[in-house]
Design a protein around this ligand. Structure first.
Ligand code: 5GP
Ligand code: ZN
Length: 138
């Protein structure tokens, strides 16, 4: 499952150079070319899936099981105070490359990379209504 016009598929196939961090049969991890902090790493399944929910459960498990190990290595190597693991799904959520990928972004206190998102409170009764709607979609 390789998509011809997909840059990440080309990387997985060895047709485009990457600064590799880790590779096995299923997963490739490499440095992001446009980092938001030093050590910003991308972890991808080698097969092409656009969004998280497109990736079969077992394969997703294999990708997920690598994430912690790679994140730890990034944190240790960068001597960072923490990291974000981000997965943008869909244009509206900021996904520019339509091949499933997880960002590992090393963070340091006060680095200003992200600010808190604009959280708000649910109106009375709304939280249960929304939870029920999501449960019905499972
Ligand atoms: P998205 O916004 O889709 O979640 O993030 C895509 C990421 O892929 C961006 O952070 C971008 O810098 C990175 N990226 C795009 N093209 C390339 C490339 O050719 N090489 C590498 N290493 N990273 C890329
Ligand atoms: Zn792809």
């Amino acid at each position: 499952m390789i998509k011809n016009d997909c840059i990440f598929c080309k990387m997985a196939a060895g047709q485009v150079p990457v600064t590799k961090i880790y590779e096995d049969e299923i997963v490739l991890a490499f440095l992001d070319i446009g980092p938001v902090s030093d050590g910003h790493t991308l972890v991808i399944p080698k097969q092409h899936f656009e969004k998280l929910h497109d990736c079969p459960q077992q394969l997703l498990g294999q990708v997920g099981s690598c994430l912690g190990r790679i994140a730890r290595a990034v944190e240790v190597a960068m001597s960072s105070d923490g990291y974000n693991v981000l997965c943008n799904n869909g244009r509206a959520a900021g996904q520019l490359v339509e091949h499933l990928h997880f960002h590992i972004i090393p963070r340091n206190s006060g680095d200003g990379v992200f600010n808190r998102w604009p959280a708000y409170k649910y109106q009375q009764g709304k939280i249960e209504e929304i939870a029920a709607k999501i449960r019905r979609s499972l």
